[in-house]
Design a protein around this ligand. Structure first.
Ligand SMILES: [Cu+2]
Length: 85
C-alpha cells in the first residue's frame, strides 16, 4: 500500500476539502482514507498501487486549486506485523 500526501494551495473551507476529496476518489477509485485539510493545505490518501503523480497533479489543477507537490511512500499499518491485504 502507498500513502500519498499532496500540498495544495487555494483551499479555504470544508467545501473545498470535499471538492478535493471527490476529485481524488474520481481520479483514483481505489483510494482509501481520503482526507483533506484547508488549514494544512494538504490532502492525503492510501492506495494499493503507486500513484501516478502527474495524473494527481492534472486532476487537482482541473479543479482550479494549485498543486504544489506530492509524495507517495510505502505505507504500513502501524503495529501490524505481517499485515495481509
Ligand atoms: Cu471553500
Amino acid at each position: 500500500m502507498y500513502k500519498t500526501t499532496a500540498k495544495i494551495d487555494g483551499m479555504m473551507c470544508s467545501m473545498c476539502e470535499s471538492h478535493i476529496n471527490e476529485t481524488i476518489r474520481k481520479a483514483f477509485p481505489s483510494a482509501k482514507s481520503v482526507k483533506s485539510s484547508h488549514v494544512k493545505g494538504e490532502t492525503s490518501f492510501v492506495t494499493d498501487d503507486e500513484v501516478n503523480i502527474d495524473k494527481l497533479r492534472k486532476a487537482i489543477e482541473q479543479t482550479g486549486y494549485q498543486f504544489l507537490k506530492a509524495d507517495s511512500t510505502v505505507y504500513e499499518k502501524k503495529g501490524l506485523f505481517g499485515f495481509l491485504k
